[in-house]
Design a protein around this ligand. Structure first.
Ligand SMILES: *[C@@H]1O[C@H](CO)[C@@H](O)[C@H](O)[C@H]1NC(C)=O
Ligand SMILES: *[C@@H]1O[C@H](CO)[C@@H](O)[C@H](O)[C@H]1NC(C)=O
Length: 472
């Protein structure tokens, strides 16, 4: 009874809101349902202002956006030329995630290293975050892209027999490290490569050789060895399986390699499970000119973190799957049936920039967002982003809050930095969501939407957690 009355009341209020002129609607809802956003906060800054929260976390690795002013890799030639290129690279990553999920498990076994499937793996993409990890003994500090969408950890190695792309730091030389060990090709670790990379390990003078292809153009191949990895002075791991890449090409933006955080046996969280129990968390900064963190283990997890159960995809068990149940815009839940998300399913990925939704859900989101933003002049689409505004004449704008609902009754309020994506300047600022090709494709909770949240991956507890205000 009470529910009926309150829904009638809610309905009536909604109706009332719809007929009111936009500016009055905004006034009514200004504080609780809108963010006031400084337009300048969306635009690149040339100065790094390190986050206090992130800096105070002693046992954490500092996370920086690979092209931002806080990164060692800033100003590398390999930066994407334009935002349109960056978004195309992002689409390449999404396409390869979809193709991995569409494969049957027998395809993985049949693949051999000499025929790397052209669309296998994942495009490392453009919107990636890097951490600095010490490799070897004595250690060499190297910037690695961290990636929850792939498993093996590798760095470019000397001698670069075939090819090494330009990287900022000097290229790792295993012959100068006391801790480097080759892995024999009969070892179980070598056999595990087929599930971790999609390519079986090969044998060169009885030493294991790996090859991983990320999308169409990026790859790394070389000896698969074991090495010491130093995260912080107290977190040093010996004998971590690791790729010593002597043939590498691709869109790594000057980073020395990759830290694989997926769920496969060979990933870094699996290899350090004894100490960290497959738990890690990160916070991606609100902008490329600030810093976040990556922490392993369960220390420093905020009490406000809420957990949603992890979903496993039998065809690609290394992904972290989530159950999205709904989305709200400006406090109003979108009229999307939850079966739409159940049918499509969703993964969370640190390397995909823009959140992908089933097109039916994206269409409802876009409609509600455009209604709430009707006072601002729209402008042309930016690549895959079709809801763009010209904010040239504004210093601040009011944008509707967006919340995502996950299984287990978890509601995640996106930060104001996690809703829009700016092109080259304020004249083209777009809603940072896109629709998939059809409603059956897997959705992706991308890294724009994860900004400033503490995101906790608990592989052992099979859950993923979100907390607000993880970093700034
Ligand atoms: C690893 O194996 C390769 C190929 O057999 C060899 O050239 C290299 O010297 C080995 N490295 C070490 C540290 O044993
Ligand atoms: C910005 O303001 C100027 C001057 O009022 C006007 O001519 C121009 O059309 C406005 N631009 C946009 C995108 O609203």
């Amino acid at each position: 009874m009470t529910t009926t009355i309150s829904s009638i009341f809610l309905f009536a209020s909604l109706l009332l809101l719809c007929v009111l002129p936009t500016f009055e609607q905004r006034e009514l809802t200004a504080d609780s349902h809108h963010h006031t956003l400084q337009v300048s906060s969306l635009l690149p800054s040339s100065v790094c202002s390190s986050s206090k929260v992130a800096d105070e976390r002693l046992s954490s690795l500092k996370v920086v956006h690979k092209y931002g002013p806080c990164s060692q890799l800033h100003q590398q030639e390999s930066n994407p030329a334009t935002h349109a290129d960056a978004l195309l690279q992002d689409q390449g990553r999404v396409n390869s995630i979809h193709s991995r999920l569409a494969k049957t498990s027998s395809d993985v076994k049949e693949t051999d290293a000499t025929k790397i499937p052209a669309k296998d793996g994942s495009v490392v993409g453009s919107g990636n975050y890097v951490v600095t990890v010490g490799i070897g003994n004595p250690k060499t500090d190297l910037s690695l892209i961290f990636d929850t969408g792939s498993d093996i950890t590798w760095t470019q190695c000397q001698p670069c027999i075939r090819y090494c792309y330009a990287q900022k730091e000097s290229i790792f030389d295993p012959s100068k490290s006391k801790s480097y060990l080759n892995i024999s090709c009969n070892s179980p670790t070598c056999s595990s490569l087929s599930s971790a990379t999609g390519n079986a390990g090969r044998c060169v003078s009885s030493t294991c050789v790996y090859a991983i292809q990320y999308g169409d153009s990026s790859y790394s191949a070389g000896f698969f060895g074991k090495e010491s990895l130093t995260l912080t002075s107290t977190d040093v791991f010996n004998d971590i399986p690791f790729g010593c890449g002597q043939n590498n090409r691709g869109l790594f933006g000057g980073a020395a390699g990759l830290l694989g955080l997926g769920r496969d046996k060979l990933s870094f969280p699996s290899q350090t499970a004894q100490k960290y129990n497959k738990i890690f968390s990160y916070c991606l900064p609100s902008s490329a000119s600030s810093t976040g963190y990556l922490t392993f283990g369960n220390s420093d997890i905020s009490n406000s973190v809420q957990f949603t159960p992890l979903v496993t995809f039998p065809r690609a068990p290394s992904f972290y799957g989530l159950d999205i149940s709904g989305i709200s815009v400006g406090g109003n839940k979108l009229p999307i049936s939850s079966s739409l998300f159940t049918n499509a399913r969703t993964i969370i990925d640190s390397g995909t920039v823009i959140t992908r939704l089933p097109p039916t859900a994206y269409s409802a989101l876009k409609t509600a967002f455009r209604q709430a933003m009707s006072q601002y002049p729209m402008t042309q689409a930016l690549s895959i982003l079709d809801t763009c505004y010209d904010f040239s004449n504004y210093t601040t704008v009011s944008i509707p809050k967006i919340s995502m609902f996950f299984g287990g009754g978890v509601k995640v309020d996106l930060d104001k930095s996690g809703i829009m994506y700016a092109g080259k300047d304020a004249s083209q600022v777009c809603l940072a969501f896109a629709g998939n090709g059809d409603d059956s494709e897997v959705g992706i909770f991308g890294n724009v939407q994860q900004k400033t949240l503490q995101v906790v991956y608990d592989g052992a507890g099979e859950r993923v957690g979100f907390g607000a205000g993880g970093c700034d």
